[in-house]
Design a protein around this ligand. Structure first.
Ligand SMILES: Nc1ncnc2c1ncn2[C@@H]1O[C@H](COP(=O)(O)OP(=O)(O)OP(=O)(O)O)[C@@H](O)[C@H]1O
Ligand SMILES: O=C(O)[C@H](O)COP(=O)(O)O
Length: 396
């Protein structure tokens, strides 16, 4: 893997694609700066070499139109705060100003280009647009793991203009290593915990990871499709009726590959999808009509705990209860505790995917697991075994 550590950036202008698609509040203030913090080592390495940095990113989905709401001006103060440096700003990512400001950039300086997605050519992967961006720098660095699953002008197409000066940034390298550490070189036993709402969104992941893992814990809303397929009464719980055969096939495949599958054995049920609904705890095969399962029960939490404590490598994607409602968060919290405990005893744990990452941050588990991915869709596609366009462009 060719990273920025293989190059000296002295007197070079590095075009660095980052993913500063950060969450903002109603006043457009950044509410979580993790993605900015995450690329600091890459920027520092280039500046310390005596180079300069031209930052390119998208923010939101402005669909090719200029808009104040999606302007990077709104997040510039947060970027300067995190990087502890002043950052120049160009109000268009291409054109005369971008050319002039890039040409005038001195070693040690940083320039931020306005939102790439103000031009529809970014998402369509337009070659001429990619060339205009490429002309601004001497080297290309991709450190935008969160956007690596998009084949856009700045994430993939641009790389062809830097045949010998294209590199992975340090975040990108760390993310790819974390996935490899689980799926290729993980210490056994390896346990994957998959939750979330739908089986259909996790099928490809399950099929791809089965050969690499020893244990598979299936929780959350997707568990009910399996339980129903196995003959259980699931009341009004979330279910994908047309995916029951697939669920049984997955169980067969797991068995054939010697992967032990753990489904919840009990469940917290509610008479409505509502935090204040009436609740009780029942066997997962005996959910009465009119009730729905919204969290893992106490026996399930213990079952999962024992598996996790006996694991040396842990992959977690998807909450095992509706943690957004406080009365149904305990199962996911218990899972977080188990993973934290196992990690403390030396296991390697990787958490990926939008909702699970939101959970670990909100509940303070981010420092208690080995690695929290900055990618949502990119992480899921990596687990599905796809070569991400942003990765392929640097490797080829
Ligand atoms: N028993 C359940 N019934 C209904 N919804 C559930 C249940 N358990 C968990 N969920 C919900 O599943 C949602 C996440 O499901 P989704 O399929 O979106 O996962 P995901 O986005 O793939 O997860 P991630 O982003 O972590 O990969 C959570 O918001 C959670 O509230
Ligand atoms: O937040 C993300 O997942 C990335 O920044 C990609 O954003 P997109 O889904 O709008 O392409």
């Amino acid at each position: 893997m060719k990273t920025i550590n293989d190059f000296n950036f002295k007197d070079k202008k590095a075009l660095v694609r980052v993913d500063f698609n950060v969450p903002q509040d109603a006043t457009l203030k950044v509410t979580d700066n993790t993605r900015i913090q995450a690329v600091k080592p890459t920027i520092e390495k280039i500046l310390n070499d005596g180079g300069s940095v031209i930052l390119m990113t998208h923010l939101g989905r402005p669909k090719g139109k200029v808009s104040e709401e999606f302007s990077l001006k709104n997040i510039l103060p947060e970027i300067e705060k995190v990087l502890q440096k002043s950052v120049k700003f160009c109000s268009d990512c291409i054109g005369e100003d971008a050319k002039r400001m890039s040409a005038e950039l001195q070693p040690g300086e940083i320039l931020l280009l306005e939102n790439l997605r103000f031009h529809s050519e970014e998402e369509s992967g337009d070659v001429a647009f990619a060339k205009q961006l490429a002309d601004l720098g001497d080297a290309y660095v991709n450190d935008a793991f969160g956007t690596a699953h998009r084949a856009h002008a700045s994430t993939a197409v641009i790389a062809q203009y830097f045949p010998s000066t294209k590199f992975f940034g340090l975040l990108m390298a760390k993310e790819l290593e974390a996935i490899d550490k689980v799926l290729k070189s993980g210490e056994k036993p390896i346990t994957a915990i998959l939750g979330g709402s739908k089986v259909s969104s996790k099928i490809t992941i399950i099929e791809n990871i089965l050969p690499a893992i020893d244990n598979l814990i299936i929780g959350g809303g997707m568990a009910f499709t399996f339980i129903r397929a196995l003959g259980g009464d699931i009341g009004n719980s979330l279910v994908e009726v047309d995916k029951q055969t697939l669920a049984l096939e997955i169980l067969e495949k797991a068995k054939a590959q010697n992967v032990a599958v753990y489904l919840p054995v009990d469940v917290i049920i509610a008479d409505d999808f509502n935090n204040d609904a009436e609740r009780k705890e029942v066997d997962i095969y005996e959910i009465p009509d009119g009730w729905m399962g919204l969290d893992a029960g106490v026996r399930s939490r213990t079952l999962f705990h024992d598996v996790i404590m006996n694991s040396r490598t842990i992959l977690w994607n998807g909450p095992i209860g509706v943690f957004e409602m406080s009365h149904f968060a305990a199962g996911t919290v218990a899972l977080g505790d188990s993973i934290a405990k196992s990690t403390k005893l030396g296991a390697f744990s990787l958490v990926g995917g939008g909702d699970s990452v939101a959970f670990v941050k909100q509940f303070g588990y981010d420092d208690k697991v080995s690695y929290v991915s900055t990618g949502g869709g990119a992480m899921l596609e990596s687990l599905e075994g796809m070569e991400l366009p942003g990765v392929k462009a640097i490797n080829s």
